[in-house]
Design a protein around this ligand. Sequence first.
Ligand code: CAA
Length: 240
Amino acid sequence: MTKTALVTGGTRGIGASISIALQKAGYKVAANYATNHDVAKTFTAETGIKAFSWDVGDFDACATGIAKVEEEIGAVDILVNNAGITWDGMMHKMSAEQWQKVINVNLNSVFNVTRAVIEGMRARNFGRVVNISSINAQAGQMGQTNYSATKAGIMGFTKALARESARKNITVNTVAPGYIETEMTGKIDQKILDSIIAQIPVGRMGHPEEIARAVLFLAADEAGFITGETLSINGGHHME
Ligand code: CAA
């Protein structure tokens, strides 16, 4: 039976590439997004992938949104926790709101969304959870104590849930992208960005499709022996 994938933040950037790659591979795909209805409409018109709007930082909204996905598309077999934001600032200038907002959207969301699908995966004895982290969890980044903390939190979450879920044929893995050409990195001051690119051994930023390829690999039925792992895709920028 055709499997269903849910990609949070799945209508833009890396998430859009993941949604499209999963669709091309034959999965039924639902793309969640927050508020950018115009982008979502265009994405659906261009790809045929249905987009569902809800705030992943809101526990109840996740339960309602996922019930709708399951009714309209199918029970979620593959979950890609991709939704994330940055709100950069040095620690000595960071507001409580700046900290809490990023923690909520990037990390609490991973609990909210996974909680709503994990029981179904356990009952059906199959699941693939792929969590999108970042090189900035592994290496740290100036101005990103909030973001780096969430992305490192995701790695701990991945390993704990991988242990809990292994006997149920559910794998849980992390993909840690480096600097990828998206709107998010487009906001970085050009001088700073140039200095970052100069540190990347392959000499360029990554493409969203290069992250989607890794998600597809981990989502496959054949990837059942890979769990609790982090796949770093960063052009050699950070090697663990
Ligand atoms: N690498 C090297 N130097 C950096 C730097 C970086 N990433 N970020 C800031 N600096 C340097 C600046 O060049 C500046 O140096 P000088 O004093 O010599 O000019 C100094 O740090 C202070 O920077 P600002 O003057 O910009 O200070 P600010 O308080 O206004 O802003 C900042 C600080 C918020 C860190 C801002 O510089 C910034 O946004 N930097 C980019 C941070 C970044 O790389 N974010 C990643 C976003 S993409 C992402 O997160 C996706 C992913 O997963 C990879």
